[in-house]
Ligand binder design. Structure first.
Ligand SMILES: Nc1ncnc2c1ncn2[C@@H]1O[C@H](COP(=O)(O)OP(=O)(O)OP(=O)(O)O)[C@@H](O)[C@H]1O
Length: 250
């Protein structure tokens, strides 16, 4: 459960940390988002589930301020992420699906660089420890395994102690130990007050982590709520298949 009193000051934010309302987005003739609405609270983990192509990454990119929606609105920490200030962006952590890390830089050097950039070098050692990065800090990013690279990308997303963190499939391809480390870290971020938004294809991950689940299909939200509410006495997997089968409507 989320703690009642997070230790960060979020007094400037009223309502949800992330509020997506009636978003639409097209890529040419592909309708990627079709009247999508959902929200995510501070001090809570929101897991976004949905089939390939459901629009999860598109919605995240819009909320991160990397892409502009065709219609609808998105508010992150009470600001429009597309036109938000540098100060706002510094409060938002982003872990992209393909990492976006510089290949020729050592993992430790890269994290040190990001830590200095956001003025939180002090956070780097704890993240290196929590994600078991110590064994490969000297290795250049391009020589890291996929799972190691992912852990570095996650550390980089969290080093600034963000108020909102968007994590796109943070545990995909990780070994079971690393996955537990990442889950513990995500819970710790939630417990200090962060709104953590995680896209995943893992029912186990959603069941173990989520304070709230958003199920997307064909560019829309087809269910939103705690796992127990969505599963409705059954399991999440069964509910998911019923909600996301082709032709399903709310
Ligand atoms: N840059 C792009 N150009 C054209 N079409 C795109 C682009 N990005 C996404 N799409 C299309 O938009 C739709 C939504 O894609 P998106 O990547 O948002 O889905 P997703 O739910 O994140 O999928 P996955 O689970 O595979 O990561 C898909 O039909 C996809 O082919």
């Amino acid at each position: 459960m989320a703690p009642a009193q997070p230790d960060l000051d979020f007094t400037v934010v009223s309502g949800p940390a992330v509020d997506v309302q009636h978003l639409t987005h097209r890529y040419g003739r592909t309708l990627a988002l079709d009247d999508l609405s959902w929200s995510a609270d501070s001090a809570a983990i929101t897991c976004v589930l949905g089939p390939n192509g459901a629009g999860k990454t598109t919605a995240m990119e819009i909320a991160e301020g990397l892409r502009r929606a065709d219609g609808g609105s998105v508010r992150v920490l009470d600001a429009d992420p597309w036109s938000a200030s540098a100060e706002h962006r510094a409060r938002v952590g982003v872990m992209l699906q393909d990492g976006g890390l510089p290949g020729s830089v050592g993992a430790g050097r890269f994290l040190d660089h990001v830590g200095r950039l956001v003025g939180r070098s002090d956070r780097v050692p704890a993240l290196v420890d929590a994600l078991d990065i110590g064994g490969f800090v000297q290795t250049t990013v391009r020589r890291l395994s996929g799972g190691q690279r992912q852990r570095v990308a996650l550390a980089a997303a969290l080093v600034g102690e963000p108020a909102v963190a968007f994590l796109d499939e943070p545990t995909a391809g990780l070994d079971p130990h690393a996955r537990l480390d990442v889950w513990d870290l995500i819970r710790a971020e939630r417990d200090r007050g962060c709104a953590v938004i995680v896209t995943t294809h893992s029912f186990e991950e959603a069941e173990r982590l989520a304070d709230k689940v958003v199920v997307m299909a064909a560019g829309r939200s087809v269910a939103e709520g705690p796992v127990a509410t969505i599963a409705d006495g059954g399991d999440l997997e069964t509910a998911y298949f019923a909600l996301t089968r082709p032709g399903h409507t709310r």
